[in-house]
Design a protein around this ligand. Structure first.
Ligand code: SAH
Ligand code: F3S
Length: 441
């Protein structure tokens, strides 16, 4: 009888990808099957995020709720993985002794082994090491191809932006080989994946080898475009500093590359960018945007922003508001600065009052939403080539697709064979977070 596994995932796309792999590896090596009920589980895995303080606190609240289940079912094991695990290690057990296993983002492939060890031993099992690339060579092959599939191509980040914990929690950059990635993509394509979404914390600094030579993201994208059945290619997250000319040119050479780039700017103030150690100024960022637009005029940029960084003045914030207007960023993410342990910024005084941070965030989000809705409205009346992603969650009589600029479009159809296909949709309505249309092939 298979044992039951319940996984809860916090945080980024990388964590979602990792959780999916954990489920597969536990199935193959320890006979687990997924359950949607934590009460039924023999093993609960929490894949955590530590990017902001609030995310981190959620972890202990969550474990507290599971403690009650464990009290009634002592055989239940709780495993904590991801960035909080990597950062806190055995401190997790000290604060929450009901946790049985602690593992890091790069040791997740050892989960079946850790589980088996814990079944025999009383002692909690902790493995938060960074075995270089070992994780990828243990990754199970995909068993089905979703219309769009994530493929992680590198781990970690060397950038050390002054506010960020990722270099500490996920370790230094390591890239998979191009051959290894392409064989995964070919397999996905055979199983029906139409869109490949490459993932990495700093994905455009990909340095995997191809035939023994150091390659680049641009080269990987060009080779991916040649694989049968791959209709779209996207990648996140890029750092503006490493967006090299060959990657810009890929927009001319690879038609499957989508017309949307997520390119976090963080702030519109050069003074703050310097304090953030971002390695570019607004001028360099603007030049890059222009260069890409010259090749793909219809391209949209989305971004991440931090407001209330230590020392951020009204003037700095206005510079951020201005750059948003200038670049007309599409659907973006914005956050209040959160002081993180062991980061250089944690040495700076977190001196912007909470109320000011909150007000700035509201103003910024209002502007971002306004621009993004404007883009949606402009699409009304146009015909868009869209990739059908699946059945609408709200209505089984509707399918959901995405435009080349990554807008969600719902349309009436129960022809499920269209899933994974490119179709033309006449857009006839813009809602705050999606579009509505009719198929018009
Ligand atoms: N390159 C990464 C970025 C990681 S974090 C990626 O793959 O997404 C995602 C975003 O979280 C960052 O771009 C930044 O805007 C935000 N962030 C990171 N550290 C933060 C902090 N200490 N406080 C607030 N926001 C933060
Ligand atoms: Fe973090 Fe900066 Fe890397 S935001 S993930 S240190 S590029």
């Amino acid at each position: 009888m298979p044992k039951k596994l319940y996984i809860k995932t916090h945080g980024c796309q990388m964590n979602e990808y990792d959780s999916e792999k954990m489920a597969k590896i536990l199935k193959q090596e320890a006979n687990f099957e997924i359950t949607n009920s934590e009460h039924e589980a023999d093993l609960i895995v929490l894949n955590t995020c530590s990017i902001r303080e609030k995310a981190q606190e959620r972890v202990f609240h969550q474990i507290g709720r599971w403690r009650k289940i464990k009290n009634k079912k002592p055989g239940l094991k709780i495993a904590v993985g991801g960035c909080v695990a990597s950062q806190e290690g055995d401190k997790i057990i000290k604060r929450a002794p009901e946790v049985d296993i602690v593992f890091g983002p790069q040791s997740l492939h050892r989960l079946p082994e850790l589980y088996k060890k814990k079944e025999k031993a009383k002692k909690a099992q902790i493995d938060i090491s960074f075995p270089k690339l070992e994780k990828f060579s243990h990754m199970p092959a995909p068993d089905k191809g979703e219309p769009s599939s994530f493929v992680s191509i590198m781990e970690g980040c060397n950038k050390y932006c002054s506010f960020c914990v990722v270099p500490m929690t996920r370790g230094h950059e390591v890239s998979r080989t191009v051959e290894d990635i392409l064989s995964e993509v070919k397999l996905l394509s055979k199983k029906g994946t139409a869109e490949i979404h490459y993932l990495g914390q700093n994905v455009n600094n990909f340095k995997g080898t191809y035939r023994g030579q150091v390659s680049s993201l641009a080269n990987l994208i060009e080779l991916t475009g040649k694989i049968d059945g791959i209709k779209r290619i996207r990648f996140t997250t890029s750092h503006p500093h490493e967006f090299k000319d060959d990657l810009v040119e890929a927009y001319a050479n690879v038609p499957q590359l989508v017309s949307h780039v997520h390119l976090p700017i963080q702030s519109g103030s050069d003074r703050i960018l310097k304090l953030m150690r971002r390695r570019y100024d607004t001028n360099k960022y603007l030049k890059l945007v222009e260069k890409i637009k010259k090749i793909r005029p219809e391209i949209r940029f989305s971004s991440d922003f931090i407001v209330g960084f230590p020392g951020e003045t009204e003037e700095d914030f206005l510079a951020t508001m201005n750059i948003v207007k200038k670049i007309k960023f599409d659907t973006s993410y914005s956050f209040i600065y959160s002081q993180r342990p062991n980061t250089p910024a944690s040495q700076m005084e977190d001196n912007v009052p909470d109320k000011v941070k909150k007000d700035r965030l509201d103003l910024l989000q209002e502007r971002l939403n306004h621009i993004s809705f404007g883009y949606s409205r402009k699409l009304v009346g146009t015909k868009q080539n869209c990739l059908v992603m699946g059945v609408s969650k709200k209505d089984p009589g509707q399918l959901q697709a995405r435009t080349i600029c990554d807008r969600v479009v719902n349309f009436q159809s129960d022809d499920y064979d269209l899933i994974g296909q490119l179709v033309n949709i006449q857009v006839n309505e813009a809602l705050p977070n999606s579009l509505r249309g009719v198929i018009n092939n």
